[in-house]
Ligand binder design. Structure first.
Ligand SMILES: Nc1ncnc2c1ncn2[C@@H]1O[C@H](COP(=O)(O)OP(=O)(O)O)[C@@H](O)[C@H]1O
Ligand SMILES: O=C(CO)[C@@H](O)[C@H](O)COP(=O)(O)O
Length: 425
């Protein structure tokens, strides 16, 4: 049986699936945790990849693809050594750099038109400006800039390559035109370091020393879209470390408000996407505060029909959409009669989903149709999330069989690169 593998190197962990190349059936899986924090040395992702694939997990695999958390700034010096730990998508220290870059180009509309997004701290371009301003000695050593999935692909193949999906999240790549905007990178960083070559969706990146083919890889949300085989009218809500709401569009959908990022997908289309900083970890933090397991949090939230007037503003890690990097969370409208653990549990689920509901409205405002929601990610396993989501979104919500859709999408891309045909599974 011919095998392909897909990797999801996301914020909290690495997951690997090995599939039958013809049917897509999963035959083996592995996983390993990443360290916590918004600044992580890329070696940790390589360690996690090796741990997740230990004991022959990749034995017999002909082709492998890597999906990775978007936007993280990986910097290499002229000897290909990592210059500093990567700043991740959820690191908000470059919020001021984002504001400055917006002003310097003439406003949000100019950015949305140039690269399909309006800078916020998450995007690579703002992290590079931060580096140039705050760590000029390190900045001067930077020879190459890449993203987390590019770095893993490079570790596997030695090739400095990326795909248009992940490149579209940098803030210096125009997916609409298929070109790097070196002028914007120069504005942010003062010069243009070596950038990964952007591969076509089915173009292989290269081979591992053992001869395994490696596909282009992509960002984790693009890989999830590929894994789900998204169609028109489908909107995905992913509840992982980030909360994302996205769908496939045939054309770029610029949004001057900055709520919707006009990313590219992994097939040649676009992937308008709204991202919040506070998703599954709102539930884990609330469960921790209440001293209960996640399953008990679900039971508590479902034991009441509403939160009794409590409103949980879930900005525990600051927020990206809306752009409030320094915000904190709040529990509002407390009264002696409504301060029960059950109401707090319910308010946490409602508050977290509320941010994603606002994301759905923002997607509709740029013209994306939403006939149904597909709910995925670790947080989609929550019974309370599954039950309350239809009320919040106002459209039918389907929960596909629990699976690692990012890793599956990466495996599907690996099969595509290997056979030259998009797999039918
Ligand atoms: N049953 C559950 N209820 C709520 N949250 C869950 C449940 N199972 C897993 N999670 C949470 O999902 C998150 C991991 O989701 P995942 O999509 O793998 O994240 P990421 O891709 O960002 O690493 C963790 O924060 C974990 O606590
Ligand atoms: O920044 C974004 C999307 O723009 C995030 O969605 C990251 O791609 C991280 O994803 P998860 O680890 O939460 O899956």
């Amino acid at each position: 049986m011919a095998l392909v593998a897909g990797v999801d190197s996301s914020t909290q962990s690495t997951k690997v699936v090995v599939c039958d190349a013809e049917t897509g059936q999963i035959v083996r899986e592995g996983r390993a945790a990443h360290p916590d924090g918004t600044e992580v040395h890329p070696d940790e992702w390589w360690r996690a990849f090796q741990e997740a694939t230990a004991d022959g997990l990749l034995e017999g695999v002909a082709s492998i693809g890597v999906g990775g958390q978007q936007h993280g700034m990986v910097t290499l010096d002229e000897h290909d050594e990592v210059v500093r730990p990567a700043l991740l998508w959820n690191d908000t220290r470059s919020a001021k750099a984002a504001e400055d870059l917006i002003a310097e180009l003439g406003g949000p509309h100019e950015w949305a038109t140039a690269v399909g997004l309006v800078p916020v701290a998450s995007f690579t371009v703002t992290k590079l400006r931060w580096l140039a301003e705050h760590e000029p000695d390190l900045a001067s050593r930077v020879a190459t800039v890449m993203l987390p999935h590019d770095w893993l692909t490079w570790k596997l193949t030695g090739e400095v390559v990326t795909d248009r999906g992940d490149a579209s999240g940098t803030g210096y790549y125009s997916a609409a035109q298929g070109v790097y905007r070196e002028d914007l990178l120069t504005k942010a960083f003062g010069r243009v370091p070596r950038l990964p070559r952007v591969l076509a969706p089915d173009e292989p990146a290269g081979r591992t020393p053992d001869g395994v083919l490696v596909s282009a890889g992509t960002g984790d949300n693009m890989a999830a879209a590929l894994g789900l085989g998204l169609g028109v009218g489908d909107v995905v809500v992913s509840i992982g470390t980030s909360g994302t709401v996205f769908g496939v569009a045939g054309e770029i959908t610029p949004d001057d408000s900055g709520a919707v990022a006009g990313f590219a997908d992994a097939t040649g289309n676009f992937l308008p996407l709204v991202c919040t900083l506070n998703a599954a970890r709102v539930l884990t933090a609330t469960a921790g505060m209440l001293g209960v397991e996640l399953s008990e949090l679900d039971a508590m939230a479902l034991s009441v029909k509403d939160a009794g007037g409590l409103e949980f503003v879930p900005y525990l890690d600051g927020e990206r959409t809306p752009n409030l990097p320094d915000a904190t969370g709040s529990l509002l409208n407390m009264r002696r009669d409504n301060m029960t653990p059950q109401n707090v549990a319910r308010a946490a689920v409602e508050g977290m989903l509320g941010g994603l509901g606002a994301g759905l409205s923002a997607l509709r405002a740029v013209g994306l149709e939403a006939q149904r929601i597909l709910l995925i990610g670790g947080g989609a396993r929550s019974a309370a999330v599954q039950a309350i989501a239809p009320e919040v979104f106002g459209v039918p919500v389907e929960v596909p069989a629990a699976a690692e859709y990012v890793a599956l999408g990466a495996a599907r891309q690996a099969a595509w690169a290997w056979t030259g045909q998009q797999p039918t599974w």
